[in-house]
Every structure is written in structure tokens, then in C-alpha cells.
Design a protein. Structure first.
Length: 149
């Protein structure tokens, strides 16, 4: 099996700066970019969806992006500045969660998409004792707007 190495040149891979609203169907927050490629904004939207699934499942399952159904991007846009991020849960089962999400800059929609996030039991590769506490801490910090490693 080939090994895929991803080099983002980032200190960490958390691409959400804060969560300012969360309920059973929605999550909203923000992130700040500095001349970032569109893929960073896309990753931020997916991370918002995944954080919502983790919250919904009380951090009891491993979650990951299963599919990008649709993604529309303003290709003439340079991703710099603070962006509002919003995701809405459209449908769910016990293992799959369908979202629509959007990124806005100065109240203008720059990117939107439809994503499926999957959830599964933790296992030996994704161990609950390591991952669940990490995301609980990340989530708590994002609600309090405090970033930690």
C-alpha cells in the first residue's frame, strides 16, 4: 500500500478559530486565512461538520469525511481575512451525517458545499483513549475561543 504524506506547512491542522453557535442541527464559527488556497477553506467547512458530529455523538465515535457531494467556489477569490463558517445537518442515520455548509466573507458567500461525514466505533488504529479527550479539549477551547495544541 502506498503512503500518502500531506505537507500543509501548518503548525497544526485545526482550521477553525472559534465556535460561536451550536445546537442539534447547526454549528457556526469562524476562521482567519492569510492568502490561503481554496482547499484550506474547504477543510475548514469539513472540520465544522465533523465537530458537529462529534458533539452530537458526545465524542463517543471516530468521525471522518466520507464524501464531498458538491462544492461551489468563487474561483476569483483570494482567501484572506476572517470568514464566517456555518454548517447545517440535513439528514442523519446512526453512521452517516449529511450537511450543507458555507463560508462567508463580509456577508458574501464565497464557498458552499454538501458533505457526508461518517461515524464509526473507535478501534486499535483510532483509539478512543487518545482521540476522544483530544477533541473534547479542542471543542471546549473553540467554544471559549482559546487555541491550544
Amino acid at each position: 500500500m502506498a503512503v500518502l504524506n500531506i505537507h500543509t506547512r501548518l503548525d497544526d491542522f485545526l482550521m477553525v478559530d472559534q465556535i460561536n453557535l451550536i445546537n442539534d442541527k447547526n454549528i457556526s464559527g469562524s476562521n482567519t486565512f492569510l492568502n490561503a488556497p481554496f482547499s484550506f477553506c474547504l477543510e475548514s467547512l469539513v472540520q465544522m461538520c465533523a465537530l458537529h458530529v462529534r458533539y452530537t455523538l458526545n465524542f463517543e465515535k471516530h468521525v471522518f469525511l466520507l464524501k464531498i457531494n458538491r462544492c461551489a467556489i468563487n474561483t476569483e477569490h483570494t482567501f484572506s481575512g476572517r470568514y464566517a463558517l456555518h454548517a447545517e445537518l440535513m439528514h442523519r442515520s446512526s453512521q452517516a451525517f449529511s450537511y450543507t455548509a458555507a463560508a462567508l466573507r463580509d456577508e458574501i458567500q464565497i464557498m458552499d458545499g454538501s458533505f457526508i461525514i461518517a461515524a464509526r466505533e473507535y478501534d486499535k488504529n483510532f483509539m478512543k483513549k487518545n482521540i476522544s479527550p483530544h477533541y473534547k479539549k479542542v471543542f471546549s477551547c473553540l467554544l471559549n475561543t482559546t487555541r491550544t495544541n
